[in-house]
Design a protein around this ligand. Structure first.
Ligand code: SF4
Length: 577
């Protein structure tokens, strides 16, 4: 480690004060019989005497399995996690920064525990994914991230489908600088990649929604901090998603999560249940594998959400498949065990009794407004509004980010909300200023005018920044949106989702029109097109209708699909299969 590091090297020596403390502690432990013998040698090193029945504090216990899976059977990422916990790679990252060096495969995987992704060969650089519970960001944080993206990245922030930001194109030498600057802003990226719990999402209108049953921000925040501060909730068999739905206007796509907490109201006259607001608990969403989270029957008090989430994550950590990555998500534990066994295992870790109640005993959810994230809408507080612009495929230049921060400060309360629809809301705008804000957003290229066809075109990162992608999804989605905007409207708001590979980050199976990228025989980038998917009250898995459509044919095909729908649909008939 060179002297240029901003961090002092960790010394192997104990200070005099530390030695005295340790001597006292160890003497107490020996006297109480907890340790048969141990000492500190003249160099200040801990010693143990095996011949005298002592202990060796320096050697960690050797484990021959991970939650019952023998080491020899673990898949490669599990071996990497077993050899070195991804939470313990800070010094390695410092070394890589000093050497301006990219990590090998094992460390590449481990660095994702800090949200750092080496995205080669798509780009020979790092991407940082943050974690922003409930997608709530302040104007100060926006400016700080814009500065960071300008100073060390590519001058852009990307909004993800988990209401989160990614910043791209960092050099290895800058990774520590990037991580510390993010932390200085009161943000973190810890656990946003690899086999960890991803950003906790929530209804983006929480706290000001006219229809909400419960303001879910405190619960999203509480789970976020609980995870951050419990090491055993990292290093799961695979990634894990949690969302909170407060019953408000805009969907948080909670039914696509491993755990979806849905606020519900229970009225008078339900046996053994006090009237009030609860969460229903849905489990096992993974739409890339064509499954939504299903209602378990569990009805919990809001205050029970954190311990229940922790218990369920721990059961998953103990029981998930650590040999086969394709079968390592929660869905497969549930498929094999069923809800009853899984809930019973979670119950064993809880100090309160879990209660189940049929869904129909709860009040139905208020309908989501499908494109309610675009346009101007009244808040619950008299005279205030939230404004949602379309952010083309979620990409914001730093110039736009700074302007949005100005608008949030000048016309709102210095806060924006990211949505899972790859855009943001600017809340708390008084009636008198909505037009000014809309006008200002238009001037930076962010329209607030809803469009039933082009109002929600979602794309994953694509091959400009992700090695798994078979196509430039963002460019192709932009081409589709541009083609549709101003050309026509449909009777029913459409969601169009383009995804680059089977990981389905853009959830193509949930789009009215979805596409999964493929390479065509003639070398062009193209898509298999699925139709009829949806979430929430339109829940459905889209079916493949067209195979191998060239990206250059996509805008015209989408056009024809919309035309056909307009001509043929019955009154009120949607795309959902
Ligand atoms: Fe990358 Fe595939 Fe996710 Fe797209 S869906 S961002 S290609 S992993």
């Amino acid at each position: 480690m060179s002297n240029s590091t901003p961090f002092p090297p960790v010394s192997g020596e104990f200070s005099t004060e530390q030695k005295e403390y340790l001597q006292g502690f160890l003497a107490g432990a020996v006297a109480s019989g907890q340790l048969p013998f141990v000492g500190i040698d003249a160099q200040g090193q801990l010693t143990g005497d095996a011949a005298a029945g002592g202990v060796n504090l320096g050697a960690p216990p050797v484990e021959d399995s991970v939650f019952g899976t023998p080491i020899d059977d673990l898949c490669k990422p599990e071996v990497w996690k077993h050899e070195l916990n991804g939470l313990d790679v800070w010094e390695k990252m410092v070394e890589h920064a000093e050497a301006d060096r990219f990590p090998d495969d094992a460390d590449c995987f481990r660095f994702k525990f800090f949200g750092l992704f080496h995205v080669a060969p798509a780009q020979d650089s790092f991407m940082l994914r943050l974690r922003i519970p409930a997608g709530i960001v302040t104007s100060t944080q926006l400016r700080g991230l814009a500065d960071l993206a300008d100073d060390l990245g590519n001058g852009r922030l990307d909004i993800t489908t988990r209401a989160n930001f990614q910043i791209r194109e960092f050099k290895p030498k800058d990774i520590i600088n990037v991580l510390t600057r993010v932390q200085d802003l009161g943000l973190t990226s810890k656990g946003s990649g690899a086999d960890n719990i991803r950003n906790i999402t929530a209804t983006p209108t929480a706290g000001f929604d006219r229809d909400e049953i419960l303001d879910v921000r405190p619960y999203a925040r509480a789970v976020h901090h609980f995870i951050l501060n419990n090491r055993d909730l990292y290093g799961l068999p695979r990634k894990f998603n949690i969302a909170f739905d407060g019953g408000g206007t805009i969907s948080a796509a909670a039914d696509t999560n491993d755990i979806g907490f849905f606020a519900v109201r229970v009225g008078e006259g339900v046996a053994d249940i006090e009237p009030g607001v609860y969460f229903r608990v849905c489990l096992g969403g993974i739409t890339g594998h064509k499954d939504f989270a299903r209602d378990t029957g569990l009805l919990i008090k809001p205050s029970e959400a954190v311990p229940l989430a922790a218990a369920m994550i721990r059961v998953f950590a103990e029981s998930g498949d650590r040999t086969n990555r394709k079968k390592a998500r929660l869905k497969y534990v549930l498929d094999s065990w069923g809800f009853d066994k899984f809930i019973a295992a979670a119950q064993e870790k809880l100090a309160f009794d879990l209660v189940r109640l049929p869904r129909e005993k709860c009040a139905p959810r208020h309908q989501v407004v499908k494109h309610g994230h675009v346009g101007v809408y009244r808040q619950s507080e008299q005279g205030l509004n939230y404004i949602g612009p379309v952010v083309p495929v979620g990409q914001l230049s730093t110039r736009q980010v700074r302007r949005v921060a100005d608008l949030a400060e000048n016309f709102g309360r210095g806060e924006i909300r990211l949505t899972v629809w790859q855009n943001f809301l600017l809340p708390y705008v008084p009636n008198a200023f909505t037009s000014s804000v809309e006008h200002s957003l238009e001037r930076i290229g962010l329209t607030t005018k809803p469009s039933t066809t082009a109002g929600c075109v979602i794309a994953c990162t694509g091959n400009q920044g992700c090695k798994y992608a078979a196509a430039d999804t963002k460019a192709h989605a932009n081409a589709v949106a541009k083609h549709l905007r101003g050309k026509k409207e449909s009777d029913f708001p459409l969601n169009i989702h383009l995804t680059g590979c089977a990981h389905s980050c853009a959830q193509h199976y949930c789009g009215d029109i979805g596409g999964i990228a493929t390479k065509l025989k003639d070398g062009r980038e193209g898509y298999h097109i699925v139709l009829g998917g949806g979430m929430d009250n339109e829940q459905g898995i889209a079916r493949e209708i067209f195979k191998g459509v060239g990206h250059d044919e996509l805008p015209a095909l989408v056009d024809r699909i919309v035309d056909t729908y307009q001509e043929k649909h019955d009154t009120g008939e949607t795309f959902v299969a």
